[in-house]
Design a protein around this ligand. Structure first.
Ligand SMILES: Nc1ncnc2c1ncn2[C@@H]1O[C@H](COP(=O)(O)OP(=O)(O)O)[C@@H](O)[C@H]1O
Ligand SMILES: [Mg+2]
Length: 384
């Protein structure tokens, strides 16, 4: 127990009990063949939820959970994606083998051998490997996807289990390259393959509202109505208090919880950062002023390291657009472009890029807003 900057599971996982119960119940119900799509901004707790669901399912003998995040790819090639996903699938199934085989850190070839010894037919795996080893040739994405999903299906059948296949940051698959970017075709292909799966339930997540919209939310998206959609929101004030009170060694005044909640907007990542720093303060009872001071430090230090990197990766124009949004407190396209001294058409293009990167959101009345309130505070400190 304690504050952590890694995904929170087990005793570190706070609240969201209703959602967890619903997910566990639904995913273990043989009569339901729908998975979940979690949508929520970065650092709000999607990975924690999915890993905690996996944790609660781990003793269920009828279930195998395969957890994979597209953001873990380094080169983002189809080859890397395929290799890593296959390794992850095989590793997940290793747990269904007799105990003597449950050795950690086995590589693919060894697991393959063990599966074969244990009587699993893994013809499909051999086929995938032939496909992957073709030299000097663009891989066939469609065949690969069919076969990789086919692999979980085959293994599930043989092990008599249902597989929960979690693909985090799912829309990022369109940026995976195979010569060129796979594009939206990959989402449609997975949708078609997924429809035929009987023993595999797909669950996905995405941080960027816009790309999730294109993949699962809007009526024209490939996965429209194929998932149970869950919007993941930051913590409410009570849960913020729960996180702090559970983990802090000191007492904390209710007013101080309020301040913590308003400064972090209840986003669990920032609460964890705050809690970790508060813990080091030499005081018996944490007061509102302490929280304010510690949060100021965090904006200067920890958060600066994270945001600076992100901010300077943007183009000059994107940075300028963000700057005027905070400097002049404007959100309307017209005002932003006036302050930038650039045409509306040009500026709306940069704003679109920023939306695609998840940094700003378009509100209904054509007003743009910075997505992460802590990022906004940080920008304000720089540009006001
Ligand atoms: N339910 C929770 N209880 C406690 N801490 C949480 C919870 N959910 C998220 N966090 C914390 O917030 C941070 C971001 O969580 P993460 O699950 O990685 O978010 P996301 O996947 O949405 O980016 C981590 O430091 C994690 O420990
Ligand atoms: Mg995550």
């Amino acid at each position: 127990m304690g504050f952590t900057l890694k995904p929170a599971v087990k005793e570190n996982f706070i609240n969201r009990e209703d959602l967890l119960k619903e997910m566990v119940t639904t995913l273990t119900d043989e009569s339901i063949d729908m998975g979940f799509a979690l949508i929520g901004s970065r650092r709000v707790g999607k990975t924690s939820i999915l890993l905690e669901v996996a944790n609660r399912l781990k003793d269920n003998e009828n279930i195998v959970v395969v957890y994979f995040s597209v953001w873990n790819l380094v080169e983002s090639t189809l080859k890397e994606f395929s290799d890593q996903l296959i390794q992850t699938i095989l590793t997940a199934f290793k747990n269904k083998l007799p105990t003597k085989y449950k050795i950690k850190g086995l590589l693919k070839d060894k697991i393959k051998e063990i599966l074969r010894e244990a009587g699993f037919s893994i013809k499909i795996l051999d086929e995938i490997e032939i496909e992957l080893s073709r030299k000097n040739k663009v891989l066939d994405a469609n065949i690969l996807l069919e076969k990789i999903f086919g692999l979980t299906e085959e293994l599930s059948k043989e092990a008599r289990v249902r597989t929960i296949l979690i693909l985090e940051e799912f829309p990022a698959l369109v940026d995976v390259t195979n010569g060129k970017k796979l594009g939206e075709g990959v989402i449609r292909k997975i949708r078609t393959v997924n429809e035929r799966l009987e023993h595999t339930i797909l669950c996905v997540s995405g941080s960027i509202r816009k790309t999730m919209e294109m993949a699962v939310l809007s009526p024209s998206s490939a996965f429209y109505r194929q998932f149970i959609i869950k919007m993941i929101e930051p913590f409410d004030k009570t849960t913020t208090g729960e996180l702090l009170v559970t983990n802090l060694r000191q007492k904390i005044e209710p007013q101080a919880v309020e301040v913590a909640h308003s400064l972090t907007s209840g986003i669990p990542f920032y609460l964890q950062l705050l809690g970790r720093q508060l813990q080091g303060v030499a005081t018996e009872v944490i007061e509102p002023e302490t929280v304010k001071a510690v949060f100021e430090d965090i904006l200067e230090e920890e958060v600066t390291i994270i945001f600076e990197e992100e901010f300077y990766r943007l183009s000059d124009k994107e940075r300028a657009a963000l700057r005027v949004m905070v400097e002049y407190e404007v959100g309307k396209l017209n005002d932003i472009s006036k302050n930038l001294g650039e045409g509306v058409n040009v500026v709306s293009k940069y704003l679109e890029y920023l939306i695609t990167k998840g940094l700003i959101q378009k509100e209904t009345r054509g007003i743009y807003q910075i997505a992460d309130p802590v990022f906004e505070q940080w920008l304000k400190k720089r540009f006001r």
